[in-house]
Design a protein around this ligand. Structure first.
Ligand SMILES: *Cc1c(COP(=O)(O)O)cnc(C)c1O
Length: 394
């Protein structure tokens, strides 16, 4: 098998060959066929690439080829956003009367699917503390069809024992689906640990440049065919230009991820010693309560860290205002550092109770970009010094 840097440059080469070194953008809504038989075949080919763009186009297929090889899965498919990947898969895999297990610490949109959308469709859900290895087993019912995991989780960087959940699901005839957005396939390959389906907000690290919204799902072809069938109905099609940009972004994923990992680790180590900081959540720290588990299933720990300030809501907000390089923005995974204060960002999205359960008020989520490590560390320490000095004066 070639290495990841070779895969991201070459894995799509045979998908829709042309002599252009940079693949063309197939900016067309539809394709023509020479005869009726070819046309009819195109209409039913799962994850096809030249029938009608909602059914798939060459730019989608090229992205899918790279993602499948990076994740070590049989196939992959592309959607218009990470949330489109999740809802399309869930709609394909569960029906009224089924039960789904998810995590308490999880991306806000995933939490809403579990707490609002699925119950409205007659699918019951249980959210568990994923740091408790028995919690998934306790939540299982005879109706459980799907377990949604996310590791490391957003925004608390909690780790799920992916192999244990995969083993448990297999013995109970349930499917597992892992959100691998934070880790990327460079740092973690859930399918190698037995997870059935792996999904990403490709908006984040896979694309890596904060200029595209996209999603991907990787897994066995048979499952992806079922999801693709529903994708035709939800119509969450990624535009050809955006698929092209995503492929272009992924070419350098293996160059970017090591820098994100180094920046995340350096920031976590520097900030955890600062007097304004109560706690740093980062799986690469030896003090992270699940560091051993993280190290056993990850080869790098990513660029995202959670920083809890001693001065609560106000100090966290003030820290964001003091950062020079990390912009206040609700994303992550791009070359530029971004930071958010989840307790204020989620005010409009989640209930007070949900926020109280999932995020401490003094938490900042910092997503390190690919800037120079020394610059990011100096910037974060200067901002922490400033909010600490203000608090001391008050
Ligand atoms: C951003 C994000 C999503 C949602 O993806 P979109 O591309 O914004 O739809 C899902 N999971 C995680 C962990 C994310 O960070």
């Amino acid at each position: 098998m070639p290495g990841n840097s070779t895969i991201t440059v070459h894995a799509d080469r045979e998908i829709h060959p042309s002599r252009a070194v940079a693949p063309p953008i197939y900016q067309t809504a539809t394709f023509w066929a020479e005869d009726g038989e070819t046309f009819a075949q195109g209409a039913v080919e799962p994850r096809g690439k030249d029938f009608y763009t909602r059914f798939g186009n060459p730019n989608h297929a090229q992205v899918a080829a790279v993602v499948a090889e990076l994740e070590g899965t049989e196939a992959a498919m592309v959607t218009a956003s990470g949330m489109a990947a999740l809802t399309t898969a869930v709609l394909a895999l569960v029906s009224t009367g089924d039960h789904v297990i998810g995590q308490k610490s999880t991306y806000g949109g995933t939490g809403s699917v579990l707490l609002n959308l699925l119950p409205r469709l007659g699918v019951s859900t249980t959210l568990v503390d994923q740091t408790d290895s028995e919690a998934f087993a306790r939540a299982l019912t005879p109706k459980t069809r799907l377990i949604l995991v996310e590791s490391p989780s957003n925004p608390l960087l909690q780790i799920t024992d992916l192999r244990a959940v995969a083993d448990l699901a297999r013995t109970h005839d349930a499917l597992t689906m892992a959100d691998n957005t934070f880790a990327t396939p460079l740092n973690q390959r859930p399918a190698d640990l037995g997870i059935d389906l792996v999904w990403h907000s490709a908006t984040k690290y896979l694309n890596g440049h904060s200029d595209v919204s996209a999603g991907v799902i990787a897994g066995p072809a048979e499952l992806l065919n079922r999801i693709w069938d529903v994708g035709l109905l939800t119509g969450a099609t990624l535009g050809p230009i955006d698929a092209w940009l995503l492929l272009r972004g992924m070419r350098t994923l293996p160059l970017r991820v090591p820098r994100h990992n180094a920046n995340g680790q350096a920031l976590a180590e520097a900030l955890q010693r600062h007097p304004a900081v109560a706690k740093v959540h980062y799986p690469g720290l030896a003090t992270h309560p699940q560091h051993k588990l993280a190290a056993s299933q990850m080869s790098g720990f990513g660029g995202v860290l959670g920083i809890e300030f001693t001065g609560g809501f106000e100090m966290a907000d003030a820290f964001l205002g003091r950062l020079r390089y990390s912009l206040r923005s609700a994303s992550l995974g791009g070359v530029e550092s971004l930071a958010v204060h989840p307790a204020s960002m989620w005010r409009g999205m989640l209930s007070e109770d949900q926020i109280a359960e999932s995020v401490p008020p003094g938490l900042v989520r910092l997503a390190a970009g690919t800037e120079d490590t020394a610059d990011l560390v100096a910037d974060a320490l200067a901002a922490a010094d400033a909010v600490h000095a203000t608090a001391a004066k008050a």
